[in-house]
Design a protein around this ligand. Sequence first.
Ligand code: WTA
Length: 649
Amino acid sequence: MTTPLSDHIDAMLHEDRVIAPSEAFAAQARVTREDYDRLYRQSIDDPQTFWADVAGELEWMTPWTQVLEWQEPHAQWFVGAQTNIAHNALDRNVARGLGDKRAIVWEGEDGEVRTYTYAELLAEVKKAANALSGLGVQAGDRVTLYLPMIPEAAIAMLACARIGAAHSVVFGGFSVSALSDRINDAQSTVLITADGGLRRGNLVPLKANADEAARTTPGLQHIVVVNRGGSNPPMQEGRDVWWHDLLAGAGEEHDAVPVDSEHPLFILYTSGSTGKPKGVLHTTGGYMVGTYLTTRTVFDLRDDDVYWCTADVGWVTGHSYIVYGPLLNGATVLMYEGAPNQPDWGRFWDIVQKHRVTILYTAPTAIRAIMRQGDAYPNAYDLSSLRLLGSVGEPINPEAWMWYYRVIGGERCPVVDTWWQTETGSIMLTTLPGAYPSKPGSAGLPMFGVDAAIMTREGQELGPNDGGLLVIKKPWPSMLRTVYGDDARYRKSYWGEIPHVYFAGDGARRDAEGYYTVMGRVDDVLNVSGHRLGTMEIESALVAHPSVAEAAVVGRPDDVKGECVVAFITPQGGHTVDPAALRAHVSKEIGALARPDAIIVAEALPKTRSGKIMRRFLRQIAAGRAIEGDTSTLEDPSVLDRLAATEAV
Ligand code: WTA
C-alpha cells in the first residue's frame, strides 16, 4: 500500500507551471472550453443521452433498446444492439468516400515503407477474415496474435473482429512460456505470428518461439506465419501455413458479422498484484464508442492529420490508439516497426520529417531516453509538421514534459498527458487541447463520462490536494467487462477493494481546479518503461530457478525507465548464484522487459515474525535511502543493515 514517492514525483508535487494552448490552436480546437464544460456536465448528469449521441455517429445493424444496464459490477452498454467494429473502421469509412485515403503508412526498421488506403486495408481484412473462417475460426472463438509491428498485426486484429472472434495479442517481447500460458488461458486454436520482426537490426525469432510454445499448447491447431524477415523458418506440415498463401487462396468478398454490442472483442493480458497475468476482456459496442470519441477529441483529429502513436500493438495503447480509435475516425495512421535508436537516436525525428507527422503520441520513457542524447538529434530535423503531442503509460516528470513541449513541439504544440489503463480501454484523464491549459506533470481533467474521485481505502472521498486512491464512481462504455475466465477476480480486484467504485490501483491527488496528478501504482505492480509488470510474476520466475530459495522484487526509481526491477534473493543451499544466468532465466520465463536491473544476494530477507517479507524496507534499500519506519515487527532487524551493505550484482 505504501509506494514511496520518487524524486520526480516530489518535483511534480511542487510544479506550478501552467501552459495554455496557443491562441491559434485554441481558435480552431475541436472542443472549446465551453464545449468541454457543457458536454462534460451532460455526460455525468445524463449519460444515456450523451452516449447515445456519440454512438449515433457510428453504424449499428440493430439499434439498442437501452444505453446502459448496470448491475454492479457488470455493465452492458447499448443493450440489444448489433454492430461490427471492423465494419465501422473500414466499410463505413470507404462508404463515406475515404476509400483512397491512406489508412496505414508503415515504416519498417530497415526503412521499407508500405501504404494501405482504406479500400486496400478493407480488401486485405476481408481476405484475412475469409482465411480465418477457413481455418474453422467462428464468432466467439479466440485467436492469439504474436506479431511484430507490421500492418498484418492490424489486419489480423480487424479480421478477427470482422468475424466476431476475440483476439488476444501477445507482445512480441514476451517469452515462450508467457506465450504458451496465454494461448492456453484463452484456449486459442489459431496462432498468427511471423518468422520474425526487426529490432535493432536483428530478427526477433517469433516463429521459433511459437514452435517451442506449441509444445505445451494442446488445443492449438494452426500457426499462420507472416513472412516479414524472409528467414525461412521450418514449417510443420498440416499445422503451419504462410499468411500470404492463406490470403491468396481466400475469397475477396466478405460481409462483417453483426455481433451483439456486448460480444467479446479482445482479451489483453496484463499484470496485476497477484500471481498470473489477468486476461482483461473488452467487448464491442462500448469500446468502439469510447475509443472513437477519445481519439477524435483528445488528439483534436482533422482530416489531413498524419497521426503516429509509437506504442506496440501488444499493449492496450496499440489496440485503442493505433488500430481502433484512429481507424474508426478515418485517420491516416503511421506505424513504425523498430527501435527508437536504430540506426541512431534521430530515428523518430527522421520519421516525423519524412512522413510529415502532425500528431505524435509516445511514452515518457521514450522522451527521457531521447532527451538524454541531447537536442542535436531533434534539432537536425524539420519537425514543423507537428501540431499536437501526447504522452501515455506512466507519470511524466515536469522536466521531460517541458523538454517535449519546447524541443519537439517548438512551444507551438499542446501536450496532452493521458492517464488510462488496459482495463479502462480508453483515455480517462487528460486536458483536452485547446479547451484547458496543461499543467506539466498532471494528467488533468476527466474525460467525458468519467466520474473520478480521490478516496481513502475505506471509501471516504478526499478534498482538493489530499493524496489518496484514484477511483471511478460510475461505469463508462469502454470499461473492462470481466477478467477472462475469472469473474471473481474481476469483482475483487476492481470493484471490491473500495466499496461500489472502480479502484484503479493508482495513487493520485486532485488540485483545487480539478486537475488530477497520478503518482503511480499503490499495489505490487511495477511500471518499467511504461510496461506493467507484477512483482509476484517476477518472483515466481526467480524462485523457479534451482539456485534461488526466496525472492522479493521491488521497484526502484529510474531516470529513464521511470522504475526498474530490483530483486532480493536468498540462494538455495549448496548453490551459487550466477546473476547472468538468473537474468537469462527471467527473460526466458517472462521476457527481457522483466529482467532485474539489480540482484542482491543475501543470507536472509527482512521478515515479520509471522514470516511476511517487508517490501517497504526493501524499496528503501533498493533506492539507497535510509531505513524509515517501525522495524520492531521484524524478526531480525539487523538483516536490514546487512542488506544495505551488500553490493548488487
Ligand atoms: C500508469 C497503459 C501517470 C498508471 C495505457 C496506470 C500513467 C498504468 C499514465 C496502466 C499517465 C498510464 N500518468 N500514470 N498519463 N498512463 N499510467 O494498463 O499507473 O499498461 O495504472 O495502460 O500505467 O498501464 P497499462
